[in-house]
Design a protein around this ligand. Sequence first.
Ligand code: R5P
Length: 324
Amino acid sequence: MDEKNRIDTLNNIKIFTGNSNRALVKRVCDYLSIPVGNATVGRFPDGEIDVKVNEDVRGSDIFIIQPTCPPVNDNLTELLILIDCFKRASSARVTAVLPYYGYARKDRKDEGRVPITAKLVANLITKAGADRLLTMDLHAAQIQGFFDIPVDHLLAFPVISDYYRKKDLSNFVVVSPDVGGIKIARLYSNHLNIRLAVVDKRRYGPAETDVGFVIGDVEGRNAIIIDDLIATGGSICQAARVLKEKGAKDIYVGATHPVLCGAAAEKLANAPIKEIAVTDTIPLNEHAKSLGEKIKVLTVSNLLGEAIKRIHTNTSISSMFTEQ
Ligand code: R5P
């Protein structure tokens, strides 16, 4: 515990969670030197979610930390019920803290008869009674606009870039695995003072396989691929293979959210990747643990804790990323 981060508990800040990532929540509370709030989030015999808050929260500034990672529907429903519970218990303010915002990839109607689930989730969180949202590395920053309550959007880049800064970066290049990730990759490139490259995937007709091009010079260089999340591992593994074809040397990955579903861990184990740095927004599943030393988990607990402290004390959050 760090005394300088201590928040006077008389200020009435309380942090609660469901079951999605209790280890992260404990680390955030350690940063702030406050205990994890006492609530029971269990199940009725028929599987419905049963919530009981076991301490007085009247007039408190409540933060519910609950990434909506797999099992996404359970974790989302726990979050909604917790929000409802705290509103009905007369807390002063409820901030939903989603270190990982699930359903984010369904953020637009790109064909007929499909939902915009990222917006539906925003509606659910707001309607349940959240006063604010704190989140990290949204799949698309525009999702903030789905909310009519204040949203603070954190980036894990200080944590991941600090990790890679410890390597000798004299022969490195930062790579975005697709055109959509250029903005965030450029942030790393500027911060680490190394060049930027982009993998450009194209599919020539439905029967053709994907062809990968690289914009930028990677030959003879080590590469760090930066992405917001690894789900099936398809994007990262394909980008790694394209980079190898173009002559890159060792390939590293920095990704905020290790969703790692299905056979992702196996794919990553067999891909030409030396090391994968992810964060603890999501707990590693059992399959991912099989990656052993190839995967490094960095904690974002201090970033989240600091942001919570600043929301509570009405101080700037954006300066956390400009004070680097
Ligand atoms: C794409 O736009 C995203 O940034 C990720 O690259 C992608 O969603 C990762 O998914 P997967 O691991 O299934 O390829």
